[in-house]
Design a protein around this ligand. Sequence first.
Ligand code: TYD
Length: 136
Amino acid sequence: MEGVKIIQLPKILDKRGNLSFFENSNQIPFDIKRTYWIYDVSGGEQRGSHAFKESHEFIIALSGSFEVVLNDGNKEVKYSLNRSYNGVYVPNLLWRRLENFSTNSLALIVSSISYDEKDYIRDFDEFKVIRNEAKK
Ligand code: TYD
């Protein structure tokens, strides 16, 4: 999907246990304003199903696995996340949902803005109109 990037984070391998990290604007292409996480998701549940007008996100499966499904209004692409050092960068104006969570999975999401309900587009038809306008 255009603009989307799978980003492999540094991995410091150590026989005591491995370590990965990211820093503001360093491994990920925006300034981090907020971090949130999604956990205790019951089997079959989905999260997301919306787009953001302005905010960019970076999503990692810190533990377990799930899929990030992105839709640009024309096509849908699924990204499977199942490593603590691989994340997906999702630019603004993409419809996204998270699904197929494994038991005890932990989704870590960093965002380029503080929480603002006005940045959400929660109607898919409205999303397509806004995206088409923006891409003209
Ligand atoms: P929402 O982003 O709609 O969840 P999802 O898209 O993953 O299903 O957020 C659910 C609720 O949590 C919503 O009422 C707003 C609140 N919320 C915050 O207060 N701060 C945040 O950073 C986020 C992401 C959500």
